[in-house]
Design a protein around this ligand. Structure first.
Ligand code: AMP
Length: 199
């Protein structure tokens, strides 16, 4: 009684964060799930790369940091994310890919959600063994994909971002997905975990 779940209909979760190391496949998976749920996939990495490509003031500020595989500072990222989440298309929900990456960013996101009276529905962690992640990165050919930069991005992930898994897990929000499988298997596991199984 009172459940919105019935055959053929699953109430879609609408505020989702994707977590995981670089090259875990989360970008691809995030885009696919967001399209299915009709919510915007917000990749902070894509937004920053676009700013760099456009040569905007933001792009010029972050270009060197990104090329070295370091993290853009939290205050700058707070502005970027706050502005993006304020746009009309994000009001009904969103899928964040690549944010938050630090404890401070997680606190910023909490603040933004509190202001709008909303909460996260899920955080989806896609993980894979380190050698798989490095091999994938080296096969991809992006400017920040040279091996030393790849290693630095992974090191920063372990140091700054991985602790967020524990944080979100303690809130009952973390869904762990084995990213060392084919794209379709990962996609199915994600849908099962967030209750968005395609019929
Ligand atoms: P990504 O495509 O998510 O791997 O991001 C590419 C690069 O953009 C990262 O290596 C960082 O330099 C920068 N970046 C993206 N998102 C963030 C974030 N939330 N905080 C800090 N830096 C970020």
């Amino acid at each position: 009684m009172g459940s919105s779940r019935r055959a053929g209909f699953v109430a879609a979760a609408k505020r989702i964060v994707f977590l995981g190391p670089p090259n875990s496949g989360k970008g691809t998976q995030a885009a696919g799930l967001a399209e299915e749920l009709a919510i915007p996939a917000i990749s902070t990495g894509d937004m920053l790369r676009q700013s760099v490509a456009e040569g905007s003031a933001l792009g010029r500020r972050v270009e060197g940091v990104m090329a070295r595989g370091e993290l853009v500072d939290d205050d700058l990222m707070a502005d970027v994310v706050r502005q993006r989440l304020a746009k009309p298309d994000a009001q009904k929900g969103f899928l964040l890919d690549g944010y938050p990456r630090t404890q401070a960013q997680a606190a910023t996101l909490n603040g933004i959600l509190e202001e709008t009276g909303s909460v996260l529905d899920h955080t989806v962690l896609i993980d894979a063994p380190e050698d798989v992640l490095v091999a994938r990165a080296l096969g991809r050919g992006r400017v920040d994909d040279q091996e030393d930069v790849v290693r630095e991005r992974l090191r920063l992930y372990r140091e700054k971002t991985e602790p967020l898994n524990t944080y979100y897990d303690s809130q009952g929000l973390l869904r762990r997905i084995d990213g060392d499988q084919g794209v379709d298997e990962v996609a199915a596991a994600i849908r099962a975990a967030v209750g968005a199984a395609a019929e």
